[in-house]
Write a protein that binds this ligand. Structure first.
Ligand code: PFF
Length: 486
């Protein structure tokens, strides 16, 4: 790695970035978090808000982040500072970079614990440690796995070390290779499990649960969770995508790569839902069982299906790999900032970050055993890390980035960076200036209880608000005229 923004390391070709960004996006968020949150927040309505957020907020924010990264050629902090100063904006905007970097690190502190679950289940699969015939048996195995801090700590430490070894090896060497076989493998495994679910009962109920829209089950908390999850699953506002974007070659299309990543990520999440919920319903399990959901349900399916042990092993190999390709992306921002600014090697930066990560993730791991009672407002440390990052930091960071791109940065530089056709550029600008910010603000206002929304009856007002702020925004900002190519 060099410190020179111009000579920054680049991905080996267009696919290098697509693979790495997909590897970052597809992970435990899709297979572990999406199903359990869908279960907790009541199914179809949560899924619908999540999909709407991916489209109206996630895609525009991802394009913005990649553009910021590539233009600024640096860690989130440096890239945002450079790009903003190019447009004459205040350097305070680089605070967004600081928040993103912190957010990625905080996520990683609980992510390695969940990745540790996946690795420990792979081990159990290999050694026959998942024998049981009921949901209760599986719940007992999950509970026992968490009980010993030494057992759980061993697995999360393993993930921490693996992450840091890969990151220490550098961008091309470490990251690109694993994604190219892990992703197709994951999809094949999910197809097999969906086929099993379709044949073994519970599938109809699962389809209904995931896709039947029931406005009544749409709580404010659920909407905030769905929006936060859209950020989480696409790895947004946490430094990962922006830093990966900083290694993107000039000639790659940001629009096309974003769509590829977003579609792949969404498909994997929906497939995971279709694979898991039939098992849950066929076994009379409670969909809202929380973070242990997939670990308590899937092993039951592997027990029952032909070649189940083999499939189970393959599944947990894929899940563990998917977790690693995401975890490495979360430290990339910090490591890139340290190497660019502190004159230390990539290896030293990785190990330094790794030691801090190990200490904090160990505290998060203790939330499942000795620290279960250490709670604040009913949440333990692991819960707080998840709650603060997904519900607040990522949406706030995303809001900052779209406002920066929409109103502060020079239209010409973004137009040049994104390289979209005039119509698509206009649409992107409309999204980042009005649709995404309004969406984020409305969900915040609702979640904070400032005003309670009933989408069924309030949507005409929301549409009106969009029209009004668009008109006001356009009048107030003559820059947009130029952006539309007038
Ligand atoms: N997108 C990852 C997943 O769905 O598992 C999680 C994630 C990765 C979040 C990287 C944030 C991040 F920066």
């Amino acid at each position: 790695m060099t410190n020179d923004a111009q000579n920054r390391t680049q991905w080996l070709g267009r696919w290098g970035f697509v693979l790495a960004a997909t590897g970052s996006a597809v992970g435990l968020g899709n297979v572990w978090k999406f199903p359990y949150m869908t279960g907790e927040y009541g199914g179809g309505a949560f899924v619908l808000v999540y999909l709407a957020c991916i489209l109206a907020i996630g895609v525009p924010v991802m394009m913005t982040e990649i553009a910021l990264g590539r233009r600024g050629r640096g860690s989130p902090i440096d890239a945002i500072r450079r790009v903003t100063s190019e447009s004459g904006g205040t350097s305070l905007w680089s605070l967004l970079g600081w928040m993103a970097m912190l957010c990625g690190f905080m996520i990683l502190c609980f992510y390695v614990v969940v990745a540790g679950w996946s690795f420990s289940y792979l081990w159990k699969m290999l050694t026959g440690g998942l024998a049981g015939s009921s949901v209760d048996d599986m719940a007992a195995i999950f509970g026992a796995n968490n009980e010993s801090p030494f057992n759980l700590g061993f697995w999360s430490t393993l993930v921490t070390v693996a992450t840091m070894v890969i990151v220490g090896k550098g961008v091309q060497g470490g990251i690109e290779k694993s994604v190219s076989w892990m992703m197709p493998g994951m999809v094949v495994m999910l197809v097999i499990m969906i086929a099993y679910g379709a044949l073994s009962g519970g599938f109809g109920e699962a389809l209904h649960f995931l896709f039947a829209f029931n406005a009544g089950s749409l709580s404010s908390e659920g909407m905030l969770a769905a929006m936060g999850h859209a950020f989480f699953t696409l790895s947004l506002a946490s430094g990962a995508i922006l830093t990966y974007g900083s290694y993107l070659p000039r000639n790659a299309s940001i629009g096309r790569t974003t769509l590829t990543v977003a579609v792949a990520d969404t498909l994997v999440a929906l497939m995971a839902g279709l694979a898991i919920f039939p098992v849950i319903f066929a076994n009379g399990m409670e969909p809202g069982s929380g973070p242990g959901l997939i670990f308590m349900s899937l092993p039951l399916a592997f027990q029952a299906m032909p070649l189940g042990t083999l499939f189970g092993i393959l599944f947990f190999v894929m899940l563990s790999m998917a977790a690693l390709t995401s975890s490495i992306s979360m430290v990339e921002a910090t490591v890139s900032w340290l190497t660019d600014n502190k004159g230390i090697s990539r290896r030293t930066a990785s190990w330094g970050t790794g030691i801090l990560l190990w200490v904090i993730s160990t505290l998060a791991m203790l939330s499942f055993n000795v620290g279960a009672e250490w709670t604040l407002a009913g949440k333990h440390f692991f819960g707080w890390l998840d709650y603060l990052t997904s519900r607040w930091m990522m949406p706030l960071g995303g809001l900052g980035m779209v406002l920066l791109a929409g109103f502060v940065l020079k239209s010409e530089s973004l137009r040049e960076e994104l390289g979209l056709s005039p119509v698509v550029h206009g649409l992107w600008l409309f999204m980042v200036r009005y649709v995404s910010p309004l969406g984020i603000l409305v969900i915040f206002v609702d979640a904070l209880g400032i005003a309670k929304l009933q989408f069924g009856s309030h949507w005409p007002w929301l549409l009106l608000a969009l029209v009004v702020i668009t008109l006001v925004g356009e009048l107030a900002s003559p820059r947009l005229k130029r952006a539309f190519g007038a």
